[in-house]
Design a protein around this ligand. Structure first.
Ligand code: BTN
Length: 235
């Protein structure tokens, strides 16, 4: 990963740019990073606050030979890789909140967004976006309760370049391992860092939203929930 790195000062969203570069045929592992995003995207149509020079705002082009229904598993793979990278560089153990939030002290420090372009039977590309709050001394007031940065948690200025390099290294390793052996090794690592298992959760699946108690994940990386009628559901 990262043989080709495209660095921009300001973009609307690195996701948008990565989709464009993917469409133009850029190869797997191409990275787009920006100092600032003016229209950073979160999951479920949310905004991702991406102020200048304070975070890692990056997207990576993947072209896995996976079945379309296996693609969501990549979010779990990426979450584990980013947890490892944070640990290696800062010593902090982040936890994972289903499906893609990375938390430190219960506040979100990073998020992952996977977007797929596919034909009916084949994945063309997957754009894996990672946003990480690194150097912010303050987060906006309305996010104070739910978001944090590595600076706020650790009190040191983590080197964004070193962190980015570590993320790429871990991501490449976990991605290759996943393509070779599926979630076999990754699922226990995900579960070891997951919080909220055994707790009440509302999970949005592709077609439905289910509320109940989170039980764990399946071998396919799908969340298992015990719903209020006592039925075990997979979302
Ligand atoms: C989420 O937690 O909702 C996912 C957040 C993903 C944010 C990253 S920042 C880099 C890439 N470009 C975007 O516009 N979004 C992702």
């Amino acid at each position: 990963f990262g043989k080709k790195v495209i660095v921009r000062d300001e973009v609307t969203s690195t996701q948008e740019l990565a989709h464009q570069f993917a469409q133009e045929g850029n190869e797997e592992g191409t990275i787009i990073v920006a100092e600032q995003q003016t229209a950073g995207k979160g999951r479920l149509g949310r905004k991702w606050y991406s102020p200048k020079g304070t975070g890692i705002w990056m997207s990576i082009i993947l072209r896995p030979s996976l079945a379309i229904q296996e693609a969501p598993q990549l979010t779990l793979v990426a979450a584990v890789a980013v947890v490892r990278a944070i640990k290696n560089v800062t010593g902090i153990e982040a936890s994972i909140k289903w499906p893609n939030d990375l938390l430190i002290n219960d506040r979100k420090v990073a998020g992952i967004l996977t977007e797929m372009q596919a034909d009916p039977d084949r994945i063309q590309s997957i754009i894996l976006g990672i946003g990480m709050n690194v150097l912010q001394e303050e987060v906006p007031e309305e996010l104070e309760e739910i978001a944090t940065s590595l600076w706020k948690e650790k009190g040191v200025q983590v080197d964004r370049t070193a962190l980015l390099a570590e993320i790429l290294k871990e991501l490449e390793w976990f991605y290759d391992t996943f393509l070779q052996s599926g979630l076999q090794f990754i699922k226990p690592m995900w579960e070891a860092h997951a919080r909220g298992m055994g707790e009440r959760i509302t999970a949005r699946g592709v077609n439905e939203t289910v509320t109940g108690t989170a039980l764990g994940i399946t071998d396919q990386g799908v969340l298992r929930i015990l719903d209020d009628k006592g039925n075990e559901r997979e979302v």
